[in-house]
Design a binder for this molecule. Sequence first.
Ligand SMILES: [Mn+2]
Length: 433
Amino acid sequence: MTEFFKNIPAIRYEGPDATSEFAFRYYNPDEVILGKRMEDHLRFAVAYWHSFAWPGGDPFGGQTFDRPWFGDSMDLARLKADVAFEMFDILGVPFYCFHDADMRPEGATFAESKRNLDAMVDYLGQKQADHKTQLLWGTANMFSNRRWMSGAATNPDPDVYAYAAATVKANMDATLTLGGQNYVLWGGREGYETLLNTDLAAERAHAGRFLQQVVEYKHKIGFKGAILIEPKPQEPSKHQYDYDVATVYGFLKDFGLEKEVQVNIEQGHAILAGHSFEHEIAMAASLGIFGSIDMNRNDYQSGWDTDQFPNNHAEKALAFYEILRAGGYTTGGTNFDAKVRRQSLDAEDLILAHVGGMDTCARALKCAAAMLESDELEANRRARYAGWETDAAKAMLEGGLEAAAARVTAEGLEPQPVSGRQERLENLWNKYI
Ligand SMILES: [Mn+2]
């Protein structure tokens, strides 16, 4: 055992009236909701990067955290992994996620970075064998190092494309070895700073071919998990190609990948794209590409990606409602791509941020399940579209524009507007939260 979380107890479910901070009030892993254990619905994951690799910097100031594992040696990387698994045990989370750069020191050459990665994969594999927590997904950090400043697969320099291929291959191998259930690609630098120096068509073509190569390699190595794209409209790039779910779907269709690749939807990214989180989930589900979520919100005033833990169960109930309507996760899960504020220095802050996030999601799930089980919203939705169940309506979609138009004169149609009942439906939502 390390010293970092000493005196912090394992968190247990104690119910809404719990008196200790170190207790779950809503997250009760074994409680059965809609026929499934809460743990199996939510599939929580801790993000290695924000909790263990992020130093607390912002654009105006550097490191605020003083963690005993900060540094570039393999000994410190192993200490970081020891502390990480101690936190996973305290929280009882089933999953974690990583980028290569979070858990291994960068080497002076690709070969050295790869050796470090392979050694840490061995170490994390032993950890997983001894602990409950397993890998939800792996990914490559192709945005921090200066080599990626003009993009990875979309870089104007083909040597960087090669480096991106080597990096993703190494991380897919690592994810396969550790039994990861998904592999994620987030293209923070896959975009541009100015159109004045950018060949948009070439960059998009290279991004599409790269993703095809990733999918081909997945099948070659027998990786059974999902390949996930994480949409984001901008930041760090001025414009990112994977703008939102609908844009990603068009891109996947263009390159014949819509049956091969799904999306990992982040709440904060949805907001940056001008959507609600539940819109992005519902859109992905309707397109058949819903995979997983990153559960971290932005500050609604600052307008940038602040990666805060969720704390509004009423809002999250709408997101989980869409997830339940979509049939829930298969390989996906609820990843806290969230960080404590840079003034939150204590080990307790790190634990309690996750406790609050998990409780918020659990409460939201319970609300969403009650909304779905009551069938009040769905009954209204079915009634609203019931006209489409008639033979005349169905036939109209089979025939041409003239046949549809002919109904107006043949049947003397004069459509009568009906209420959308928005406030009544919002009152129903309010009833269940
Ligand atoms: Mn994310």
